[in-house]
Ligand binder design. Sequence first.
Ligand code: HEM
Length: 537
Amino acid sequence: MAVTEILAHLTQNNISWIVGLIAASLIYVYRTSRNTKTNPDNLPYPKGPKGVPLLGNALQLPAANQWHQFSEWAKEFGPITGLRVLGKNIVIVNSFDAAAELLNKRGAIYSSRPDLPLIRDYGGWDFMLPIVPYGDAFLTQRRMLHQFFNPSATRNYHGILTKHARSLAHDLLTQTQKFQSLNRMYVGATVMLLAYGYEVKGENHEWINNVENAVRSTVVLGTLGAHPIDIFPILGKLPYVLFGTRFAKNMANLKQAAYDVCLSPYYIVKEKALKGETKPSILTRLMEENTLPDGDIKDERFISAVTAIIYIGGADTTVAAIDSFAIAMMLHPDIRRQIQKELDTLLGGERLPTLQDRDSLPLLSATIKETIRWKPPIPLGVPHSSTEDDIYQGSFIPKNTMVIFNAWGMCHNPQEYPDPSVFNPSRFLKEIEGKVSLRDDVCDPEEIIFGFGRRICPGQDFALATVWITAATLLSVYDICLPLDETGQEILPDLNYVTATVSHPKPFHCRLVPRSQRMTAKLGEATSALADEHLIF
Ligand code: HEM
């Protein structure tokens, strides 16, 4: 999106800046001519910062952490901000009410995705639901995901989630330095087991590595939508080396990664399933349901896509939320102790928590809400695209506008969340006659950070259950403390997260201090007792 990236693409290989600027002008004219002219009342475009000719607001967009700038503009321009970048219309939605009105209520026209021909058509990633435009492929994949991740289906996975949370806590007894990598491994292991019936036993699993490589192969291409091929799709027919040898290599990697992550595991599991050598999984269930009388499988491409996206969409985000929870606990020992008191009162030091305890532990639930509000894993969500012209509060939003919701901005709105940068779970709690419970008059960040409307995250119940049981289990067993340096001083984590689409803490360590021998002994018993029969598809 940043024009500097577009120009960088254009100017690599010694093409001069002048040529770059001519190309930018052409892009502008092309895009402007594509914008619809169906604004009979000549209503204004949503207010926004004044840009410059041709480039529009491109030079005003920071390269990183754009949500801060968007939130500043929101103070001046209100709930929605209109931008133009090389003639492309972009509307930033800053308030929850505007998002609820446009993306939820008017979901029929705000549920597509911006065109990304580079990755989708030329890179072989047409299967990836978060970039699939509204239409049959979208609806079929959403239906498939809903079948396995609706709230009632998600309860079938509580057993395995609990088991993996306990295994994580158990492994940390001896590998306390590996909090982040073990967290990533167990989140990955859960989704691989559900999606493919595949057991991930170590931190270096080939399939998980393939997904990590795949995600990296999209990231090295720069901001999605910024490449000249995204702007003039016809350019994708040219030899890629014209854009530089590195780019040609990146495109080859991108295609290979798409295969490794989507079709390769599908074919492996299919072959094993035909020989009766697999565990039941979402993939085997979808294959059974779609087997035709002649033995062929209908919608194979969609089935392979859906199973691939469970890891791609679900792992990184959930890992980031759990990491942020651990950081919050290290920084706020007072809050950690209060949650442990709540846990101990319920569990009596006699048993480990389960997901059935959720309603009985309001402070823990409030702390998880506060964690995802404080550090939303996808600060700018995933952009939507409008498929019809629309009017909002007197402003005209043309068809094909990219609509970005500023989840971070909504979660840091001081009207809704006073002192938004302060980590304060009690903002979600009330106490009546000594009984503490969750407030229902404060906007629930769960309604923001998973997106909106027909594109809302299909895995949200599953993600929240994963974060909750991991947090509850870890705090039952450990004090999560700041690590100490050689002189005994506490080492603070860096709170400037690294953000591609997902926002992650930088590498950090925590000091896990077991709370009682009794509870750690329970971990050992529990990990062997809870078996995989809990998985029902
Ligand atoms: C804390 C964890 C998670 C967060 C914060 C998160 C957040 C999001 C957000 C913001 C979107 C875009 C919504 C929109 O466009 O309005 C999204 C989409 C998506 N998420 Fe999640 N997600 C999480 C976990 C998961 C899990 C566990 C799965 C696995 C099933 C998943 C699968 C997806 C898919 C497939 C999409 C694309 C939906 C579409 O384009 O129609 N996510 N997620």
